[in-house]
Design a protein around this ligand. Structure first.
Ligand SMILES: [Zn+2]
Length: 277
């Protein structure tokens, strides 16, 4: 059980850090969460081109708006650069605040289940479908929106949580878990295009639905009991996508919501803000 007041305090600290990060010279009018797992949006100055985030090209919309995001393990410093209209260099040095992740240290080694022959046989094709979905570029414009919660309830596992087994770090939790009864409606947190709608449960993710929100930003919803939208369909924020379930590897019914931007893992809590009571 997560204490809501602790959450509120964490969100306020986040906002203050974001203000600090914006205080220096910033030709890109950036606004967002300048911390691990955060998203920021900005606008390229008129006539500028060749926007780069840590030397990687960043797509820019016709109105010169763009989005960048900071991975769960992003280093403390990042650079956003572009070429100005007169050929001069534009640059913003970003301080990315580290997060205090929920890390639990256990003395014993993990009890990894022995992968079954069926798992070994099915997994490569599932991973290939997920990779192919992530590679899809759509014209969805959900990346511009303030994200909404796909469902509300008790948060059972935070993004970024990790167990360390006798000094060996396990994989961190790549999304946020909301404990809800099977059948609870799941709604689109922002406009998007359905880039993957599993027609049969995946071994780990179960019934998996993935949305592209444009500009390389995507959402994934795992363990669904039901998927109500088809691959290729465009959905609006708030539209019904399916229902909570416990398909795939899940100990009980819950919604796992993960977000990614061009390989960076994002904290949905920062995208959607405090959950409405
Ligand atoms: Zn999860």
């Amino acid at each position: 059980m997560i204490d809501r007041r602790r959450f509120a305090a964490a969100m306020l600290a986040t906002t203050l850090m974001a203000r600090t990060a914006r205080a220096g010279g910033d030709p890109f009018a950036l606004d967002g969460h300048f911390e691990q797992g955060g998203i920021a949006r900005g606008q390229l100055p008129a006539g500028a081109s060749d926007l780069r985030f840590n030397d990687q090209p960043v797509p820019v919309a016709a109105d010169r708006r763009f989005l960048i995001a900071f991975d769960r393990d992003a280093p403390a410093a990042a650079v956003l650069a572009a070429t100005g209209s007169g050929g001069h260099a534009l640059r913003a040095d970003l301080a990315i605040a580290p997060r205090a992740w929920n890390i639990s240290r256990l003395d014993q080694l993990p009890k990894y289940p022995v992968p079954s022959a069926e798992f070994e046989a099915r997994r490569p094709a599932e991973l290939a479908r997920i990779a192919a979905a992530r590679a899809k570029q759509t014209l969805a414009e959900g990346w511009r929106q303030r994200f909404a919660w796909p469902a509300t309830g008790r948060i059972s596992t935070l993004f970024g949580s990790q167990r360390i087994y006798a000094g060996e770090p396990g994989a961190y939790h790549s999304g946020i878990d909301i404990a809800l009864p099977t059948g609870t409606p799941v709604r689109a947190p922002a406009d998007g295009a359905v880039i993957l709608a599993a027609e049969a449960p995946f071994t780990l993710e179960g019934n998996l639905l993935m949305l592209d929100h444009g500009m390389g930003l995507s959402s994934a919803f795992l363990h669904l009991s039901r998927i109500d939208v088809a691959e290729g369909v465009v959905v609006r924020q708030g539209q019904l996508l399916g229902a909570v379930g416990a398909t795939g590897r899940a100990t009980g019914p819950h919604l796992h919501w993960g977000m990614m931007w061009r390989g960076a893992r994002i904290d949905p809590l920062l995208a959607a803000g405090a959950m409405p009571a």
